[in-house]
Design a protein around this ligand. Structure first.
Ligand code: ACO
Length: 378
């Protein structure tokens, strides 16, 4: 077999297409949505307007985008058949597993290729409605009906708790949703684009994307940040805990990134948002552990350019908002349904089946089967 001319393990530095949606400046620490630096958008721009920007290519005429607010509010009214499907899930099924089935259950035959804005609004609006329904059922609580007039972030908190959400929590979640709405050709968006390239429907592609996002080194990291903070407990115990983990060649969740070789801008913004919702002592512990971790990582992996990633302060902010760790990754996915929709529509507009190759390094051809073959006869 001739050696492969192009080979990149993990697809590092491989360009799989062109996109107008978001730019990730891995060396400069930039994240840009359709020309807007996220540092100029968050906090302040409502999630509905970020969805508008990602899906329409430009900002709405007013904030929050009236069109997106209306579309998401209307789509929250889910058919009873979908509610029954979600109610058939085992109540103890963790939200991470439930959301994969919920996304798949949205595929009732009405999502056909090519993906459309209207399909996207249904995906973005209904996933949190059904997830909140399952979470309440797993707590033995009755579902809370959605409110079409509420913002996306406020309605999610309302449906989870059945209580009027605190404005500071809504603002922090809105900032989180904004920042996590898209991120270039990350692993889950790539999975979505591969699926769409086969001309499958948006819901099937989003299910593939979510299955990819939930892995611990992608979107599954934030709950493990909380586990780490809980295990460390006090700042003065961080050094020993971290060094012991690094000595066993285990990763520290919330640090390192394939694209960013400098500060992740989302992490910096979330760190700035954290004091608005997090308990001061929890934030102080997180900051202390972060300092120790960065120092230890630089010593243990010299030259690796490891920085705090988005998941670290995501965990602190989501915890401060009152969400349990098992909802962190599902909440990340809810934010990302906007970016997935934008990428699905973009992929379909100029589509080509994605079909890479592998370099075959197995035995050379020409091996013979060790027994006589049964061909024909009785
Ligand atoms: N803790 C300890 N060591 C690390 C970490 C970490 N968090 N991140 C990278 N390293 C090590 C790698 O093992 C590698 O060491 P080696 O050369 O001895 O094998 C070295 O640093 C260089 O790693 P990179 O090539 O820069 O990392 P890569 O691009 O392969 O991985 C990844 C990126 C998977 C995110 C990794 O940093 C990691 O596992 N982080 C922890 C999990 C995490 O927080 N994931 C969330 C990422 S953000 C997101 O996806 C939304």
């Amino acid at each position: 077999m001739p050696p492969s001319p192009h080979f990149s393990k993990g697809l590092d530095d491989v360009i799989v297409g062109k996109s107008q949606i978001s730019y990730v400046g891995g060396e400069t620490g930039e994240l840009v949505f359709r020309g807007f630096d996220v540092r100029d958008l968050v906090p302040g721009v409502p999630y509905e307007s970020v969805v508008h920007l990602l899906l329409h290519g430009g900002p709405p005429d007013s904030d929050p985008s009236p069109e997106v607010l209306r579309a998401l509010g209307a789509a929250r009214d889910v058919p009873a058949s979908l509610e029954r499907l979600v109610d058939a899930l085992p109540p103890a099924l963790p939200p991470l597993e439930a959301l994969r089935t919920i996304l798949s259950s949205l595929g009732d035959g009405s999502y056909e290729y090519p993906p459309t804005l209207e399909q996207g609004f249904r995906l973005i609006a209904r996933a949190p409605v059904l997830l909140a329904r399952h979470v309440r059922r797993s707590q033995g609580l009755a579902p809370v009906p959605p409110r079409p007039e509420l913002s996306h972030a406020a309605n999610y908190l309302w449906m989870l708790s059945g209580q009027e959400p605190l404005p500071a929590r809504v603002r922090a979640l809105e900032g989180y949703f904004d920042l996590l709405a898209d991120h270039g050709m990350n692993a889950s968006t790539f999975a979505l684009c591969v699926a769409i390239s086969t001309q499958t429907d948006l819901v099937s592609a989003a299910t593939a994307a979510f299955g990819t996002l939930k892995g611990p080194v992608h979107g599954g990291a934030p709950a493990r940040v909380i586990e780490m903070l809980d295990a460390i407990g006090r700042e003065e115990l961080a050094e020993a805990w971290i060094r012991e983990r690094l000595a066993r060649r285990q990763v520290l969740f919330g640090f390192g990134h394939r694209a960013y070789k400098t500060e992740d801008p989302r992490g910096l913004i979330l760190h700035g948002l954290a004091p608005t919702v997090a308990a001061p002592e929890r934030l102080a512990l997180a900051e202390g552990v972060e300092r120790t971790a960065l120092r230890a990582l630089r010593e243990a992996r010299p030259g690796a350019r490891l920085y705090t990633n988005v998941e670290y302060y995501s965990a602190v902010v989501l915890e401060g908002i009152g969400l349990p760790p098992e909802l962190f990754t599902p909440t990340f996915a809810l934010a990302r349904t906007a970016g997935w929709t934008a990428h699905a529509i973009e992929q379909a507009a100029d589509n080509r089946l994605m079909r890479p190759d592998v370099e075959y390094v197995g035995p050379a051809p020409g091996r013979k089967w060790p027994r006589p073959l049964r061909r024909g006869g009785p």
